[in-house]
Write a protein that binds this ligand. Structure first.
Ligand code: NAP
Length: 247
C-alpha cells in the first residue's frame, strides 16, 4: 500500500522548453541517495502518478526531481504548469536499489547518464559516501543538445570540492559543441576515447553505475561485458550496476 504525503512546489526551474526541475517541500521518510519516488496529481478524482529519481541528496531541505515535459503525456504537462505554492502528492517512502551500498568496492567509479538520469548521480555525488570509497569518480553525461547539459553550477562546485578525484565529461550527440564529445556513451567506451581522455583504464577494479535511456544501458552493458566485466547482482557481485529508468 503506497502512502502519500502532500507537498508544496517551491520552484519549477525551466532549463529548456521541455526540460525542467521541480523543487518540492514535503515531509517524507528517510531515504538513500539513488532512490526514486512517485509524484502524483489528482486529475478528475484519480491520482495520476509517475516515478522520478531524486536529484536532491537525502539531507537537503527540498526534494528535487528532473522531468521532461512530454506534450501528450498525462502527468508531465501538468507538472510543467506548476507554480510556487501548488500542492503535489509525493510518495512517503522512496524506493529502489540504485544506491551506493549496492555497489561493490573498487578503485574507480564511473557514473554514466543520459538526459534526466543525471539527477540520480547528483544525489549520490552530494553525499560524502562515494568520495570516501573511490579513488576517482568519473561522471559522463550524454544529451542530444547542449542546453540539456544542466546543473553546470553544481557540477563546478563538486569539481571545486574534489578537484583531483572528480572528472566530468559531457557528450552532445546532435550538434558539435566545444568542450563536449560528440558521440554516444557506448561508442566512447568501445573506442576507448573516454579512457584516453580520463587516462583511466577500465578493468576489474572499475565499478559502473548506469542510468538513462534503456537502449543506452543495454548497449553499454554489452560493451563493458566485452571488456570482461559482469553485471552486479546481489547473488553474484559484479562491476555493472544499472537502473531500469523507464521501459
Ligand atoms: P534520449 O533519446 O534518451 O537522449 C539522451 C542521450 O542518450 C542522447 O545523447 C542520445 O544520443 C543518447 N542515446 C539515445 N539512444 C541511445 C542508445 N541506444 N545508446 C546510447 N546512447 C543513446 O533523450 P532524452 O531527451 O533524455 O529523452 C527523450 C525521450 O525519452 C523523452 O521525450 C521521453 O519520451 C523519454 N523519457 C522518458 C522518461 C520516463 O521516465 N518515462 C524519462 C526521460 C526520458 P542521440 O542524440 O544520438 O540519440
Amino acid at each position: 500500500m503506497e502512502e502519500w504525503q502532500q507537498g508544496e512546489v517551491i520552484e519549477n526551474i525551466k532549463w529548456t522548453s521541455n526540460l525542467s526541475s521541480l523543487k518540492i517541500k514535503a515531509d517524507i521518510n528517510p531515504h538513500k541517495a539513488g532512490q526514486f519516488t512517485k509524484i502524483g496529481l489528482r486529475v478528475n478524482d484519480e491520482l495520476i502518478t509517475r516515478a522520478y529519481s531524486y536529484a536532491s541528496a537525502p539531507n537537503e531541505k527540498l526534494l528535487e526531481i528532473i522531468y521532461i515535459n512530454i506534450p501528450n503525456g498525462v502527468l508531465s504537462p501538468k507538472l510543467h504548469q506548476m507554480k510556487k505554492g501548488d500542492k503535489i502528492q509525493v510518495m512517503k517512502q522512496a524506493i529502489g536499489y540504485f544506491t551506493l551500498n549496492e555497489v561493490p568496492n573498487g578503485k574507480n567509479l564511473w557514473m554514466l547518464a543520459t538526459g534526466t538520469a543525471l539527477g540520480v548521480f547528483l544525489a549520490i555525488l552530494k553525499t560524502p559516501h562515494p568520495w570516501k570509497r573511490f579513488k576517482k569518480i568519473i561522471l559522463i553525461h550524454s544529451v542530444r543538445y547542449s542546453e540539456e547539459l544542466i546543473y553546470q553550477d553544481l557540477i563546478a562546485e563538486i569539481k571545486k570540492l574534489y578537484p583531483d578525484q572528480f572528472i566530468y565529461l559531457s557528450s552532445v550527440t546532435r550538434t558539435k559543441v566545444k568542450g563536449s564529445f560528440n558521440f554516444r556513451i557506448p561508442e566512447g567506451l568501445l573506442s576507448k576515447k573516454f579512457q584516453k581522455s580520463t587516462q583511466i583504464e577500465i578493468n576489474e577494479d572499475s565499478q559502473f553505475m548506469i542510468c538513462g535511456n534503456p537502449e543506452m544501458i543495454k548497449e553499454t552493458t554489452e560493451v563493458l561485458k566485452s571488456f570482461g566485466l559482469n553485471k552486479n547482482r546481489r547473488s553474484k557481485p559484479g562491476n555493472i550496476t544499472v537502473e531500469r529508468y523507464w521501459v
